[in-house]
Design a protein around this ligand. Structure first.
Ligand SMILES: NC(=O)c1ccc[n+]([C@@H]2O[C@H](COP(=O)([O-])OP(=O)(O)OC[C@H]3O[C@@H](n4cnc5c(N)ncnc54)[C@H](O)[C@@H]3O)[C@@H](O)[C@H]2O)c1
Length: 671
């Protein structure tokens, strides 16, 4: 297909003739059948909703087809409208456009739906089991068409995948504003999502799926490596290395698939359980996991050998995590660090597979008999926590990986609560990411080279490494370890062959680092050293991006962790300071109704206006969260904020006075 043919097809939107039906591709990983939740009249409404994307002449055929899709899959994906071209990141100018910012957004959308990148590409799910880019293929086609024709005086508005339309705006406003899953708070349960999504009126955008900022598992390898490395520092109190130590967890999916690679980068042995053979195969074929064992009796001697030989190796157990934890306990194998990355933010709809049932059996049961499936999940979680408790009783350091494991285990009646009602294990944010990264402003900054050329990525890596080397020299001791871990990461990133999909890089950085790197990119684009614009952005899982009481804001202890002002303010603030696109989501990581998060994308095009915007926007994007964390009396954030106020004229933040606890105790006694 020539580039012109491709451009014409992208700009076509809904085709004037009905395309031929598409066969269901068995080679690809598909979303499980969703819960049959709609009443008969609601099903009619779902079909009517779906048909409004199409001219009446198609309705006869499509009404039947959509009714069939709803009955077979629990959703109307409109498979027939999946385009015939390969959806993947390409050079920015290969996308038809009148606005280069719009073309950059098309590149990012395409990457999120690439068969090599997305978890269930034909159901438009990028990761996390239900992290959707769009709800159906009509939304994809219309969005791409709008982007192909929009100018820098318009803004595209997208409601949960639905392209509401192009609205006149001005060149300094975002080109795109996305919201995902925003509902009235009282209508935010798991079943509400099932229902609204089946009706085609809302979607779960995860974090970087529905905001078009996913960069493949690399995005999470860095964060996971930081987490494992710092978890290692917790157990290696005298600074011993992680050689010969063992890390056990579950999941080789979208994000969880990063665990074996990150463990190897951190120098620790890993055993990761995964029930889905296709997911195991994907990670194995990508070289992200070294060896696969479907048989526990063969795995155990291999683990023992790895420990005694102090190997750095990653092993996959193709089976259920509950069986793995129990077997390791029965065999008295000491696990140094443990976690879990099943998709428990989505426990009843394919995120968690209960023990004692095959993968296919579970998939059948969850739609045929949701009640029995729920019960199986509940029993499995109790067994899993019992097995984990046996290990922690022997000294294993276990942490919740932000997948709602402790939350769902406690709801299931698992033994995970302390007498005071708090969880007996920390979340990785409480112990590691919060105090060590977020409170100082370090978060998952990332960029994508719009030339799609690996040579540009090498250049950006070198630029970022130079910036960090310079910053380390003048850094205070409190953040030097982080900076040097990140410098090491960026120097090794090319060698670790982390790119899957777009030419992208992640690099944890604080406000100063993000700004200096982005300014240096802008200069290199202006001087044509980098051959095309660069998109900068971040995971929502960041300092300011996410209000999530059991994850990103779990280390906020002033009672405000159930508020979501920070994330909402963040998106509003980014949008008027120069972001190219912004997105605000209900749900992401820990589940619908459990979190509000937002993010941005910004096209770095080498102009002076862009430098001004990026300085202003990145400064706010990080310091909003630091200010909130400082107000919550987090010491590290108070330190970071004080430092920022000293170097940023115009920044004046309310800082807390710290009251004496004894004084309050005394006052209470007398009250
Ligand atoms: N990696 C991170 O840094 C990070 C951070 C925050 C949260 N999370 C959370 O981790 C979870 C996983 O994310 P993902 O993108 O990998 O999701 P995913 O759905 O792509 O992968 C999860 C995998 O777990 C497997 N699985 C489910 N139940 C299992 C069981 N009982 N035993 C063994 N395997 C089982 C599934 O088959 C699936 O492949 C999500 O809830 C996500 O929000 C990850």
């Amino acid at each position: 297909m020539t580039t012109t043919d491709f451009k014409n097809l992208v700009a076509e939107g809904i085709p004037s003739e009905l395309p031929a039906p598409k066969p269901y591709d068995q080679e690809l990983n598909h979303a499980p059948k969703r819960k049959d939740i709609l009443t008969r009249s609601e099903k009619k409404l779902a079909i009517k909703n779906a048909l409004r994307y199409f001219p009446l002449k198609f309705h006869q055929v499509l009404a039947r087809e959509f009714a069939q899709e709803l009955s077979s899959f629990g959703r109307i994906y409109m498979y027939r409208f999946r385009p015939d071209y390969d959806i993947k990141a390409r050079h920015i100018d290969d996308f038809p456009h009148r606005s280069r910012s719009a073309a950059a957004i098309m590149l990012m959308i395409s990457n999120n739906l690439d068969n090599e990148v997305a978890q269930h590409p034909h159901e438009l799910i990028t990761y996390g089991g239900n992290g959707a880019v769009f709800q159906n293929w009509a939304q994809y086609r219309i969005t791409m068409k709008y982007l192909s024709e929009m100018t820098d005086d318009q803004t595209l508005v997208v409601y949960s995948g639905h392209p509401l339309g192009l609205f006149p705006s001005h060149k300094n406003s975002p080109r795109l504003v996305v919201t995902n899953g925003m509902v009235i708070p009282n209508y935010s349960s798991q079943d509400h999502w099932e229902k609204f999504n089946a009706l085609g009126v809302s979607q779960y955008g995860q974090m970087t799926a529905g905001s078009y900022m996913y960069i493949g598992p690399q995005g999470i390898v860095h964060g996971t490596a930081i987490t494992i490395l710092n978890a290692g520092r917790k157990i290696s109190k005298k600074g011993e290395s992680l050689k010969g130590r063992l890390f056990v967890s579950s999941g080789l999916g979208g994000m969880s698939g990063a665990q074996p690679k990150a463990a190897s980068i951190s120098g620790i042995i890993s055993v990761i359980a995964e029930v889905n053979p296709k997911a195991v195969q994907t990670r194995y074929s990508q070289g992200w996991v070294d060896e696969v064992y479907p048989d526990l009796d063969k795995l155990i001697p291999r683990v023992r050998k790895a420990i005694s030989g102090k190997e750095v190796i990653s092993l996959a157990y193709e089976g259920n995590i509950v069986d793995l934890w129990e077997k390791l306990a029965d065999e008295n194998i000491y696990v140094d660090i443990g976690s879990d990355q099943t998709s428990l933010h989505n426990p009843w709809s394919g995120g968690y597979y209960p023990v004692g049932m095959s993968f296919d059996e579970s998939n059948r049961l969850m739609s045929d008999d949701p009640g029995r499936f729920r019960e199986a999940v509940r029993r499995s979680l109790i067994r899993q926590t019992d097995a984990i408790n046996r290990h922690t009783g022997r000294g294993t350091y276990f942490f919740d990986y932000g997948n709602a494991f402790l939350l769902e285990a406690s709801r299931a009646g698992g033994d995970v609560l302390r007498p005071d009602g708090e969880f007996r294990y920390p979340s990785y944010v409480q112990d590691i990411m919060g105090p060590m990264c977020f409170d100082y402003g370090f978060g998952p900054f990332r960029w994508v080279c719009c030339s799609n050329d690996p040579a540009d990525l090498v250049l950006t890596d070198n630029i970022a490494a130079d910036v960090l080397s310079r910053l380390i020299k003048k850094s205070p001791p409190q953040i030097r370890q982080q900076l040097s871990d990140n410098l090491h990461w960026i120097k090794e990133a090319g060698k670790n062959r982390l790119v899957v999909g777009s030419q992208a890089r992640i690099l944890y950085a604080d406000a100063e680092g993000r700004i200096d790197i982005a300014v240096a990119f802008n200069k290199a684009v202006a001087e044509r050293k980098i051959s095309a614009p660069v998109v900068i952005g971040r995971d929502h899982h960041d300092v300011s991006g996410t209000d999530s009481p059991f994850r990103e804001t779990s280390n906020i202890y002033d009672g405000s962790k159930f508020t979501a002002d920070m994330a909402v303010q963040n998106v509003i603030g980014d949008s008027f300071r120069g972001a190219t696109w912004v997105s605000l989501h209900n749900g992401g990581g820990v589940g619908w109704g459990e979190v509000i998060n937002g993010g941005f994308g910004m096209v770095i095009d080498g102009t002076p206006e862009t430098e001004e915007k990026l300085r202003m926007m990145l400064h706010w994007d990080v310091n909003n969260g630091i200010a909130r964390r400082s107000w919550a009396r987090n010491e590290e954030a108070m330190f970071a904020l004080k430092r920022e106020m000293e170097r940023s004229p115009g920044l004046k933040v309310t800082v807390p006075y710290i009251a004496d606890d004894d004084l309050i105790e005394e006052a209470m006694k007398k009250a």
